[in-house]
Design a protein around this ligand. Sequence first.
Ligand code: NAI
Ligand code: MG
Length: 359
Amino acid sequence: MKIAVLPGDGIGTEIIAEAVKVLRVLDLSFELETAPVGGAAYEAAGHPLPESTLALAKAADAVLFGAVGDWKYDKLERRLRPEQAILGLRKELGLFANFRPAICYEQLTHASSLKPELVAGLDILIIRELTGDIYFGQPRGRRTAVDGHFPGSEEAFDTMRYSRPEIERIAHVAFQAARKRNKKVTSVDKANVLETFQFWKDVVTEVHAQYPDVELEHMYVDNAAMQLVKAPKKFDVVVTGNMFGDILSDEAAMLTGSIGMLPSASLNAANQGLYEPSHGSAPDIAGKGIANPLATILSAAMMLKFSLNQPEAAARIEAAVQSVLAQGLRTADIWSEGTRKVSTVEMGDAVVAAIAAGT
Ligand code: NAI
Ligand code: MG
């Protein structure tokens, strides 16, 4: 098993160091190889995603990614900005399925922006299609309008599109994920207004015929946005397109308290995946040793489960995270009165100790 480790910028290096520590204590036989990405790679090699880093990622069974970006690169031309590295990796590896679990840990219920009773025990999985939709659809651009409400004026346009195979493969991913959970899929669309999402709804319904053991529900995206804050526990697996998924996954993230707790996985057709925390490089706290490493450590657990076929090892990590929270250890982002504030490194050490103790 070969894992490409790409720490990146800002807190990326700090949190990846803790995740690597946790992987090593599991005593499994993998090869970890580190390469620069993002601003760090731009500094070293003049490009945010150098050929050698991309080659390493392609050859690996999985990629463990930190975060990229820093304000100091804002003036660079777009293709050289650190964020292009993550977009490039998604495209080059064909990572079309983005998994974002939103789990509210018992000890962090109070950290949610919702009432504790609405989020206690919350465990939902948002699956976002990641390589299609209006974010990639052509044509796009600016032009002088020939029709519409203001002919002759300047206008901009994008194209929302999905092909049958794109919808089919993400639908299969969602139904299969639901089979391993509570067997319910909510497909989020805007079929009442958009042809693309009427097609989405039709194709998801067709694919569902192969999964009679899983319940399928369709929901309009505006209603889904409401239901997520009204009764989030009604959801199990939510599957949706790239743009709706972008927005709803951030909304779901906030239900759980801190972005520092949220892992993510992006998979391709070969089950090769890129695993990263849902947050960015947090330049405001970089270098201070206070970043929460748990999102990255939990991303490593997802990696063991999805790409490396090591579900027991993943479960050991997840149990260890529960254990350190139960011990009252908190990084600054999740700290509250009566708990013990720890650094990034102390949190990583505590997870390692909990794994070693078999808790
Ligand atoms: P961010 O997620 O980096 O930070 C947002 C806020 O959350 C900040 O106050 C930060 O201190 C806090 N935060 C984030 N992760 C944390 C952690 N593990 N522990 C404690 N607090 C944490 O988002 P922001 O500020 O919008 O972006 C910063 C940079 O990161 C930008 O250059 C952006 O482009 C990049 N970015 C990169 C991503 C990636 O690599 N996949 C994803 C999102 C943003
Ligand atoms: Mg987003």
